[in-house]
Design a protein around this ligand. Structure first.
Ligand SMILES: NC(=O)C1=CN([C@@H]2O[C@H](COP(=O)(O)OP(=O)(O)OC[C@H]3O[C@@H](n4cnc5c(N)ncnc54)[C@H](O)[C@@H]3O)[C@@H](O)[C@H]2O)C=CC1
Ligand SMILES: O=C(CO)COP(=O)(O)O
Length: 349
């Protein structure tokens, strides 16, 4: 008889809390998993009380996922090491900006046999260039790391509206176990082996969604947004071919690809803030603070991260959409010029 596997969730934001609801319920349905799920919560005071205390008494993350109850077997823990020390499966789901800090805190304080899955959309930047977030987890913690990405706006998933997600995992047995941990009747999972492309799709679509928000802010209609989505997808594919050769085209047709691109370009936070950026003239950090109540935007920082590499390799003109989006975010380019970028895209030359 093998021991049931202990699961810990590293992160408790908007998506982290939605996934805690799913995982908390699923562990109760299978003998493979221990019933308690520890969730690392970055401690803060909300209405004069500690957020961990609120989650553990009211079973709701009232700041990041209001209106959705979490199962009572999900226990909020303010110390990442305490949350993860005994875990066999670590689910990483926090804004990508914090991953290195968390991993460095966890080094030497997790089971050497643990495995991980990253739900994080973004890149890590270091002096040698870009790094996949899953690779930061793999190298800093010396453990295996799969990924889960998809068209998954957190509040809709928490509301149990039907949707799909893609798990990228090279090892079939691990993939099967992860599917058991995440799939529900309203959250349907496809497991593919092409884990790098799954992760790249998740990171890059946030950049395109920022561009979709710009055209909304400029008052253009759905045809223009469809052009942004198409050109963005072309650049996503090209980015993968150029820097991570070996992608399967079929991966772009999974939920992590086209579907996530569409949902984020219509319903996501990146789109919403980018629209306000054009309409109000305020800066991205200002709007993030005003509009997101502590949630974190991934598109503009990801655009900056990939631009460091494109610039270093003298390849900005081969990715004009990604480049223009970054330059608009940092106010190097007027938002109105975005339309010129679309008109003059190499696709039309
Ligand atoms: N929200 C969504 O609809 C979806 C988000 N994702 C991805 O999931 C990842 C996590 O996103 P969310 O859960 O939505 O986060 P979020 O956008 O709600 O971010 C806020 C979280 O960051 C934490 N935080 C703030 N400062 C911190 C620090 N110094 N150290 C550690 N944590 C800190 C906050 O406590 C809170 O838990 C991102 O990569 C995002 O792109 C993926 C699918 C859907
Ligand atoms: O990743 C997401 C949906 O799949 C969420 O996108 P936003 O961060 O733009 O809300």
């Amino acid at each position: 008889m093998t021991e049931p596997l202990k699961v810990a969730i590293v992160g408790s934001g908007n998506w982290g809390s939605a996934i805690a609801k799913i995982v908390g319920h699923n562990v109760l349905k299978s003998d493979d998993f221990a019933t308690e799920v520890k969730m690392y919560v970055y401690e803060e005071m909300v209405d004069g009380r500690k957020l961990t205390e609120i989650i553990n008494t009211e079973h709701e993350n009232i700041k990041y996922l209001k209106g959705h109850k979490l199962p009572e077997n999900v226990v909020a823990v303010p110390d990442a090491r305490d949350a993860c020390r005994e875990a066999d499966i670590l689910i990483f789901v926090l804004p990508h900006q914090f991953v290195r800090r968390i991993c460095s805190n966890l080094q030497g304080h997790i089971k050497p046999t643990a495995v991980a899955i990253s739900l994080i959309k973004g890149f890590d930047v270091h002096d040698k260039g870009l790094e996949l977030i899953s690779n930061v987890v793999r190298t800093m913690l010396s453990i295996d790391c799969a990924v889960l990405m998809g068209a998954n706006i957190a509040s809709e998933v928490a509301g149990e509206n039907y949707c799909e997600a893609t798990i990228g995992c090279k090892k079939p047995d691990f993939g099967k176990l992860l599917k058991k941990l995440f799939q529900t009747d309203y959250f349907r999972i496809v497991v593919v082996e092409d884990e790098i492309t799954v992760e790249l799709c998740g990171a890059l679509k946030n950049v395109t969604a920022t561009g979709a928000g710009f055209v909304d802010g400029l008052g253009y209609g759905d045809n223009t947004k469809a052009a942004v989505i198409r050109l963005g997808l072309m650049e996503m594919v090209k980015f993968c071919e150029e820097f991570y050769p070996g992608s399967k085209m079929s991966t772009f047709l999974e939920s992590c690809g086209v579907a996530d691109l569409v949902t984020t370009c219509y319903g996501g936070r990146n789109r919403r803030v980018a629209e306000a950026f054009v309409k109000t003239g305020k800066s991205i950090p200002e709007l993030e603070k005003e509009m997101l109540n502590g949630q974190s935007l991934q598109g503009p920082p990801t655009a900056a991260e990939i631009n460091i590499m494109l610039k270093a390799k003298n390849m900005e003109d081969r990715f004009p959409l990604f480049t223009a989006i970054h330059r608009i975010c940092i106010r190097e380019l007027e938002p109105q010029k975005f339309i010129d970028c679309l008109k003059n895209h190499p696709e039309h030359m």
